[in-house]
Design a protein around this ligand. Structure first.
Ligand SMILES: Nc1ncnc2c1ncn2[C@@H]1O[C@H](COP(=O)(O)OP(=O)(O)OP(=O)(O)O)[C@@H](O)[C@H]1O
Ligand SMILES: [Mg+2]
Length: 381
């Protein structure tokens, strides 16, 4: 019941005139409330929201199945798709850019499931992430140096750990005079640069065939990109990404769902195998090693916060094993009175390879970064 108290405050907010959510029935006020970042409908009775990184049950409910299905149909049909017992899953997007996923019976066992990841206008920026304790200034300095040095960066983490948000922040470091192509399942990235070609995949529908992320990666390579930003790799496009990263499109970025940096590499290997070329594992690992320079790993903490917990460099191969070296780590020291995770971001002091890359390109590394890595400080003077 305490949860309801909290949630009442969440929905008791005036609806903004700018966004018309009237067709969303009881979800309208939740959509209009800027504190709510995600809405999770589980059948007619249970509507959960995420507020401040925490999931809370709201008193919102639907009158009956028909009302909920009407909302779902409205959303799905507005983007020219259909949902029925025969095609019970659908992705969609609201007019304001929010990302929607729907599953209805028979695949949804206890009634329709509807998820809305709200589109945040003016997404979190670097200063926000530092203020929220998600990453330190020096770690950001290092990541910025990586982007400038054209390192290929992979952001890994679990569901909702802040991968897309961080990808957006890191994309902000891409130089203005380069041609950027972005490829996503649902266009979420909001790059500040002007020269950005945006591509979005689409499922098969009555009016056309499926266009996959892989199709778009292949197509983008004919558009002379300097940098590719792929929202998330989750299929055989991993192979095309690696090849692109290895053939002149260095300085590209993507994210992947994984629980540890090492798992991210294993996952990429599995995804490459999905491309079906029967490549020897060793050859795939060699490709991964030469393509990927840095892995930034995010975690969603129990207190609802998101943190960059590890930044690792891919350093090479020993026998058949890819070797990695940590550059930064979040060292957890405890929990404060409010139940928030506390700790500090520490550099491991090992000289990152990316410093060599910067040197080779004749670019300067910010002094505060050099001083973090003792070995590097010596060799760069
Ligand atoms: N560092 C952060 N601190 C607090 N909240 C954050 C942080 N990063 C992202 N968020 C919020 O967490 C939610 C999920 O973020 P985001 O979409 O970036 O995650 P994701 O890992 O890409 O998720 P998915 O796995 O669904 O693609 C959003 O509501 C976002 O505003
Ligand atoms: Mg994402």
């Amino acid at each position: 019941m305490a949860l309801h108290g909290e949630a009442d405050a969440v929905i008791d907010q005036p609806q903004s005139a700018a966004n018309d959510y009237s067709h969303l029935g009881p979800l309208g006020p939740l959509m209009a409330n800027p504190q709510v970042t995600e809405i999770m409908v589980m059948g007619v009775r249970d509507v959960y929201v995420e507020v401040d990184g925490k999931i809370v049950l709201t008193p919102v409910s639907f009158a009956n199945d028909d009302e909920l299905m009407a909302v779902i149909r409205y959303i799905v049909e507005a983007v020219g798709r259909r949902i029925s017992a025969e095609t019970p899953l659908a992705d969609a997007r609201l007019a304001d850019g929010s990302r929607v996923h729907v599953a209805i019976p028979p695949v949804a066992v206890d009634g329709p499931l509807l998820n809305i990841r709200k589109f945040v206008r003016g997404p979190l920026n670097m200063e926000d992430l530092i203020r929220l304790g998600s990453c330190s200034e020096s770690a950001f300095g290092f990541l910025k140096a990586c982007v400038i040095a054209r390192a290929n960066v992979v952001i890994s983490g679990g569901t909702g750990s802040g991968k897309t948000t961080l990808l957006n922040v890191l994309s902000g470091y891409l130089p203005d005079d380069e041609r950027i192509v972005t490829i996503e399942d649902a266009a979420e990235l909001q790059l500040r640069q002007r020269h950005v070609a945006r591509l979005e995949s689409r499922p098969a529908g009555p009016d056309g065939k499926e266009i996959t992320i892989r199709d778009l990666v292949v197509s983008s390579l004919r558009m002379r990109p300097d940098r590719l930003v792929v929202g998330e790799v989750r299929g055989p496009e991993a192979l095309d990404m690696l090849q692109a990263m290895n053939t002149g499109h260095d300085g590209s970025m993507t994210s992947i769902h994984a629980n540890k940096p090492r798992d991210a590499l294993a996952r990429i290997e599995t995804l490459v195998l999905m491309a079906g070329y029967d490549l020897p594992v060793r050859a795939i690992r060699a490709q991964i090693t030469s393509a990927i320079n840095v892995i930034v790993h995010l975690e969603r903490m129990r207190d609802g916060g998101r943190k960059v917990v590890q930044i690792s460099e891919v350093t090479g191969m020993e026998e058949d094993v890819i070797t990695m070296q940590d550059v930064f780590r979040f060292i957890r020291t405890g929990i404060d009175e409010q139940g928030r995770v506390i700790g500090r971001f520490a550099s491991t002091g090992l000289r990152p390879r990316v410093l060599d890359q910067l040197e080779n390109l004749g670019l300067e590394m910010p002094e505060e970064i050099i001083s973090l890595f003792h070995e590097s400080a010596r060799s760069m003077r």
